[in-house]
Ligand binder design. Structure first.
Ligand SMILES: C/C=C/C(=O)SCCNC(=O)CCNC(=O)[C@H](O)C(C)(C)COP(=O)(O)OP(=O)(O)OC[C@H]1O[C@@H](n2cnc3c(N)ncnc32)[C@H](O)[C@@H]1OP(=O)(O)O
Length: 657
């Protein structure tokens, strides 16, 4: 079966994951039969979908018509034959118990079409074992969505022992068609990718505290502010449910052995039924205490070393056993767990030899199997890292941005941290600065287009988490401010025209960055603001100086001192946004503008920009520059070309000479 053959998708289970998956699939235009065992369960799921679609419409992520149409495509059902009889794909999301799943598949086999594909959303059970409950193991695979499906981009597509390539490709195509990013898990291995990395991380955090090597505060301070993960290891366990993590770990322990022995602290929490946020208490107390209050300044080198070693060792086992290659592990973990960098990349940055040393040291000290280095880790240590280290003379590789060349002399810089609202880290500042140099040196590029990946944000500003992680050292933060001022200044004084295409949030440092473009086009749904004062800060990447040149001092003060959010139309009235366009037209219009500017006379553009910048605070200097530039332009071929084309009523072709 191919993607084109899929019209109806049945989702079994209307719980949290089931109704979320049904919503996502219906939004993509498929007819969805959502089935559960009781009418009240399916009705409840249906109401949740309705609520969520309304929220998306309220936030302009869907039109009301699209939301209504998606809801209409969902049919809540209890009868298995009615739900699955004509389904091309059945996605099972029933409770994670083998017996329940076995009954469901037995009943399903009796009514489903012979050609239908079955996909399970299990996060912890074996795909191969589940496939055995059906008569179609080749048309069976894992399709693991993340919670909540409507927001999380990742879908792990897992091969069971007998899944056919055609089945896997069709399910990957379906995942893509419903707007998700599929990552292939080549072998059915406990925890697949994301849980396989995260659950041992939580377990290691528990071991460190149990063995009195660190406190919960130290572990979480290190995880969140030292390693820059989206939350502390204990905070994460509390949020996902300690029992859920424990259940996956227990299964890994059973299948993969002693390296996955749960820490007594982990076990104790489950026994005490202190399961995290959902029970009001876990590693933190959410009812009588203040919840997860994580200090920024209790980072520990030992904790960092052990946690990175754990992530690296798990990654090595996945790669070495052909479950997934490094790129897939990194991509899945970034999309599914919001890691700023994947664990393989983190290990390489930490130094794979340091990872090996940390594991060997801990193994010698404790003798515990979890520290036994994976063979593949040892192998790669000899090669110098997980990723190929050849360096060579390949094109510059960026991590936080990417450069595209859409043609017509446009260099398109995309801020590529959608999982973190395209927030700006110090790495991003460095890469942006490098990208501007690269594009300026490239004779083929004559204008720059700057956008943010995804529809949520151009950029939500500085990554406040990593900023807090610098231990609030005033000197370090001053350096960060200067680094941002310089990187953005480079864009501002860049010799070619720069267009910012703004879609979504454009806040704080994101707005300071957009301020440095020459022209700004924004989608209707975009929101702007300098919210720094709400954080007890001030704009630190040029905002107190540059914004006033665009909107005037009065408006700049209003924007900065109120710290409010402003819609795109208001920012157009204030003169910040040059053009507001329909949400769907943003990319095309921004590129069109960048292309038009790329067709302009490069030398005159450069001189015009320089003159305007030179005259900002000193009109006389600006006028002086203008006069001299005006004179120099007389000797350019571009001037001849411009005048000739004008006289002959043709389009000029400027060459920048
Ligand atoms: C020198 C420069 C200084 C600065 O730039 S200071 C920073 C200025 N920027 C801000 O203050 C914006 C802070 N962010 C927000 O106000 C909100 O967020 C938004 C309005 C952008 C979006 O709100 P919503 O749609 O409700 O989403 P959500 O759950 O708040 O955010 C989604 C995820 O994005 C992370 N995030 C957003 N902005 C930042 C940021 N600036 N630094 C670090 N993380 C950020 C959140 O924490 C969360 O993450 P999770 O999903 O893991 O909970």
């Amino acid at each position: 079966m191919e993607l084109e053959d899929i019209n109806t998708v049945a989702v079994l289970g209307a719980g949290n994951m089931g109704h979320g998956i049904a919503e996502v699939v219906a939004m993509a235009g498929y007819d969805v039969n959502m089935r559960d065992i009781k009418d009240e369960f399916v009705q409840n799921g249906y109401e949740q979908i309705e609520w969520s679609l309304n929220k998306l419409a309220e936030n302009d992520q869907l039109t009301e018509e699209e939301a209504d149409a998606a809801l209409e495509r969902v049919t809540p059902l209890v009868d298995m034959a009615e739900a699955c009889g004509d389904a091309d794909v059945v996605i099972e999301a029933v409770p994670e118990q083998m017996e329940i799943k076995k009954d469901v598949y037995t009943e399903l086999e009796e009514v489903a079409d012979d050609d239908a594909i079955f996909a399970t959303n299990t996060s912890s059970l074996s795909i191969t074992n589940l496939a055995e409950f059906t008569e179609r193991p080749e048309r069976f695979c894992g399709m693991h969505f993340f919670n909540p499906p409507v927001r999380m981009d990742l879908v792990e597509v897992i091969s069971g022992a007998e899944s056919s390539e055609e089945t896997l490709e069709t399910i990957e195509a379906l995942a893509e068609d419903v707007g998700k990013t599929p990552v292939r898990v080549h072998k059915d291995s406990p925890g697949f990718i994301v849980n396989r990395v995260l659950v041992p991380l939580m377990n290691e955090a528990c071991w460190l505290v149990h063995d009195d090597e660190a406190t919960i505060a130290e572990v979480d301070s290190t995880t969140k502010y030292g390693m820059g993960l989206p939350m502390g290891s204990f905070e994460l366990a509390d949020l996902t449910g300690i029992d859920v993590g424990y259940h996956v770990l227990d299964y890994m322990h059973e299948v993969l052995g002693e390296a996955y022995e749960p820490s007594p602290l982990f076990e104790q929490k489950v026994e005490d039924e202190e399961l995290g946020k959902k029970t009001g208490k876990g590693f933190y107390d959410y009812e009588d205490g203040e919840g997860a209050q994580i200090p920024t300044d209790e980072q520990s080198e030992l904790v960092e070393k052990r946690l990175i070693a754990t992530l690296a060792n798990e990654s090595a086992k996945l790669i070495g056993n052909d479950v997934a290659p490094p790129e897939s592990i990194d991509e899945a973990t970034k999309l599914g767990a919001g890691f700023p960098d994947g664990p393989v990349k983190m290990a390489d940055e930490f130094g794979i030899e340091n990872v090996l040393e940390a594991l060997e040291e801990a193994y010698e000290e404790t003798g515990h199997a979890r520290y036994e280095p994976a063979d593949y880790l040892e192998e790669r240590t000899e090669a110098g890292g997980f990723y190929e280290q050849d360096g060579g003379d390949e094109a510059t590789e960026f991590e936080t941005i990417r450069i595209e060349y859409p043609g017509d002399h446009v260099g398109h810089v995309v801020i590529d941290r959608p999982h973190r609202m395209n927030t700006i880290s110090d790495d991003l500042l460095e890469e942006l600065s490098e990208a501007v140099d690269l594009l300026e040196d490239d004779d083929e590029v004559r204008s720059i287009l700057l956008t943010g990946e995804g529809e949520q944000a151009f950029s939500a500003g500085a990554d406040v988490q990593s900023m807090a992680g610098s231990g609030a050292d005033p000197l370090e933060i001053t350096e960060l401010s200067k680094a941002g001022q310089e990187a953005f200044g480079k864009l501002e004084s860049c010799e070619m025209p720069v267009v910012a295409g703004i879609d979504g949030f454009c806040l704080g440092g994101g707005m300071e960055l957009a301020t440095c473009a020459d022209l700004r086009v924004a989608s209707e749904r975009s929101e702007f603001g300098q919210p720094e004062l709400n954080l007890g800060l001030i704009p630190g990447w040029g905002g107190t100086q540059r914004l006033k040149h665009i909107v005037g001092e009065g408006r700049a003060k209003e924007i900065i001192l109120t710290a409010e959010r402003f819609d795109a139309e208001t920012m157009a009235d204030y003169g910040f946004v040059n053009e507001v366009v329909d949400n769907d037209d943003l990319t095309e219009r921004a590129l069109e503008l960048a292309t038009d500017l790329a067709g302009g006379p490069p030398i005159a553009q450069k001189f015009a920009k320089r003159a305007m910048l030179a005259g900002r605070d000193d009109t006389d200097a600006g006028l002086e520059y203008e006069a001299s530039a005006f004179g120099q332009l007389m000797a350019t071929d571009d001037l001849m070309e411009g005048i000739t084309a004008f006289m002959e009523d043709e389009e000029p072709e400027f060459e920048g000479k």
